[in-house]
Design a protein. Sequence first.
Length: 392
Amino acid sequence: MTDLLVQRFVPDHEDTEDEQVRTRYGILASVVGIVCNLVLFLAKLAAGLMIHSISVMADAFNNLSDAASSIIGFVGVQMAGKPADEDHPFGHGRIEYIAAFVVAFLVIEVGLTLFKNSAGKIFHPEEMEFKLVSVAILFLSVCVKLWMGLFNKRLGKRIGSKVMLATAADSLGDVAATSATILSVLVFRVAGVNIDGIVGLVVSVVVMIAGVNIAKDTLAPLIGEPIDPKLYRQISEYVKSFDGIVGTHDLIIHNYGPSRSMASIHAEVPDDVDIKRSHEIIDRIERLAYERFHMSLVIHMDPIETKDERFFAYKAMLQEVLDSVDSRLEFHDLRMVGGVQRINLIFDLVVPRDYGRDRYAQVKEQVLCRVRERDARCFCVITMENSYCAEG
């Protein structure tokens, strides 16, 4: 079913890096969400009124909020697809995150309202009625929501959309909530015990948790996320694969919306190669990287020593020292300045993010002492920094 809808309504659906194709995917997901949730809302509302169940009606209004969320998502996707203009040179892609953030607050607000109403039903319960058609409607709702969850999860993974993945998680949460509602109706039918208000509270909590999770997932790219380790390796290894590039470090990616990113990286080049030749290589990599990764890559050129055996001996010694302190430590931009009586080793030291400031000073002192133990002439000039890559 998913493939059929994609093939029917998303032209060029395989080119998921194209902004227009991603927008069509977003529109498809939004329209499907609006239609399915409105149908479920009307069906559950009718069922809830027939059997006088607050938990069923709570579930119905949860679906109505999901429909409103899909409408906001539809508008957000449309606005996010607008091209760059004079006031927004990086495009409007982050509107998609903002729209999802608005949806999160809407979902939380619905959850709070349902919580209030359900708490009232616990203290002032109403007589319920059992009707088989209501249970059938709820069971059908579980099937539809399960499909919607899998539908959004599949599309979200295909185009790398956090909003769709969050919607998928919300749908799966609805499956659990509706299942709980069915349980309350069946318990009333079998045991004659009215747990409607209690189940309504459970449903409201599930709705609020879903809203909080959506907020967390969409707020992260707005604030700034670490780079996915897989993407970090792909870009770094791609740049290093070109002749004339010795190594890379300090990759940073700035996200301006799905499929709208800019990146910068430091590329190490031999210091004895003509600068014009190295610059020509850098320019070529930037052009080809755009075609491969669909992002603008700015490359900073770092000339490094490639032939001095004495330099490599001290470089190997420094690596051994860092491994003895913490195997997670890395360094780059090493320069060796000095002569016979004094040698300055100047470098950037990359430390894990779980280090506190006190640990910074401790590690720095350990490195300084252990280098001096190896060679008393050495003095280290260290710049401490963190990696922008997520651990893993």
